[in-house]
Write a protein that binds this ligand. Structure first.
Ligand code: ADP
Length: 431
């Protein structure tokens, strides 16, 4: 303002001086010219400002006369606000990224329980699409009557377990509802399908162990009660021996089950160790010596063993895998059958232990289940030959701990081929 007055004053003084020298007309003309010039300059400055207002993010135009003092603080304030907005944006983005990275699903709902936002995990858990489901009621998205009942409670102290089928996949979800802010809601979903499966396996396992031990225990206590209730001297010594042999058989069966369970539990709980070179040929010889006793000369044994081939691993574990496969071949191959034991290196540099028999074979639908604990194709035959139903579960575990693979090829009635194939990284040689 002062600058403008000074300019008008200066033009007035110039007009007055020229008027005094060259005449009043020239003086007024100069003064008028000065005022018009000032108006024109001011108009140009205003038009530059109005252009800047349209692109307010850019710095204000330079040298706009008296407007400089007004524009500078406005621009400073604008820049400060913009920096704050950027920082806030970054913060919000960070929170959104963190919410996306959550291993749990997160869904936000408004007062009417309509979807406002969800992360990717929640989309997968519940099968929703943020774009098309936004502003739709959660009850139309999560169509489970248990959830509707749960959501209509006033408090949600604990989560609810839902079984959903999303995109053709069965899922067990723990769903927790929480109120936040001004009557808004957060739904957290956690996939517990795997945990539920493990829990079922654990329960089945405990039930199986109890069942397996109950049978021999019942037989054993039955015999003991009979012996207790028999009058003194009513049993001949042969009968006594017969009873004792039967009781011993049941006790040995329980012992075998407990021993295999302990082996499994040791395999599961002990850390994986690299081990050292193990001469598998020697393990095969020991297993064959025991196998011949079990076979009682009823089978033909063929050996095809590379004496110098070793595998890096744990000897006790490998010994149990080697003998389990051989014992099974003997137990499930009728008299005069042939059992071929091989230990060799493949063209791909893997070490392979295989046992082939000409025995009863296995139907294709049973093969995938053989390594399950206590799974037996023929329960009676397994028991009669002293099986525990845990041998292949142990063998598979040993294979896994040695980065090896247990493969089973079999045809019902036409014999089987069980192989444990070790990767080249586990192979060693002795000369
Ligand atoms: P088991 O102690 O009952 O032999 P395993 O885990 O060693 O338990 O084997 C599981 C089941 O696999 C056996 O009950 C049997 O039905 C089948 N099986 C294993 N090996 C053979 C084989 N060589 N020939 C036929 N069936 C076999």
């Amino acid at each position: 303002m002062i600058k403008t007055l000074i300019s008008i004053g200066l033009w007035g003084v110039l007009g007055w001086a020229l008027g005094a020298w060259l005449g009043a007309g020239i003086g007024w003309a100069t003064f008028s010219f000065g005022l018009i010039l000032m108006i024109l300059v001011s108009g140009m400055q205003l038009s530059r400002i109005s252009r800047w207002v349209k692109d307010i993010e850019a710095p204000p135009p330079p040298s706009v006369g008296p407007w400089d003092e007004i524009l500078a603080p406005i621009y400073r304030k604008l820049r400060h606000n913009r920096q704050e907005i950027d920082a806030l944006d970054e913060h919000v983005n960070g929170i959104m990224l963190a919410a996306e990275a959550l291993p749990d699903g997160a869904i936000t709902l408004d007062q009417a329980m309509q979807l406002t936002w969800c992360n990717q995990t929640a989309s997968e858990h519940v099968g929703l699409n943020l774009e098309s489901d936004r502003n739709h009621s959660i009850f139309n998205i999560l169509r489970a009557p248990e959830f509707a009942r749960y959501a209509r409670q006033t408090e949600w102290p604990a989560p609810i377990l839902l079984h959903l089928n999303t995109d053709g996949q069965d899922r067990a979800l723990l769903v927790q509802l929480t109120r936040y802010g001004l009557d808004q809601y957060l739904v957290v979903t956690r996939d517990v399908t795997q945990m539920e499966k493990l829990e079922t396996t654990r329960k089945d396992f405990v039930a199986n162990v109890s069942h397996e031990l109950r049978t021999p225990l019942t037989v054993l206590s039955g015999f003991l009660e009979t012996l207790r209730d028999m009058p003194e001297g009513s049993l001949s010594s042969e009968q006594k021996q017969h009873y004792q042999a039967l009781m011993l058989e049941q006790a040995q069966r329980m012992q075998a089950i407990v021993a295999d369970l302990l082996t499994l539990s040791t395999l599961e709980s002990s850390p994986n160790t690299e081990g050292e070179p193990v001469q598998v040929a020697q393990l095969v010889q020991t297993a064959l010596a025991q196998g011949r006793i079990l076979s009682n000369d009823q089978h033909i044994f063929v050996e095809n063993v590379d004496e110098n081939l070793c595998v890096i691993g744990v000897e006790t574990e490998l010994a149990s895998a080697v003998s389990n496969l051989l014992t099974n071949a003997i137990r499930y191959t009728p008299k005069d059958g042939t059992i071929t034991v091989s230990w060799y290196i493949t063209e791909a540099g893997q070490a392979c232990y295989s046992v082939q028999d000409t025995g009863i074979g296995i139907a294709s639908q049973d093969i995938p289940r053989l390594t399950e604990r206590f799974y037996r194709v023929d329960r009676g035959r397994s028991r009669a030959t002293g099986g525990t139903g845990l041998g292949l579960a142990i063998t598979k575990h040993v294979a896994m701990r040695h980065n090896a693979e247990l493969t089973i090829h079999s045809r019902f009635g036409a014999g089987s081929l069980f192989s444990v194939i070790f990767p080249p990284s586990r192979v060693a040689r002795i000369d």
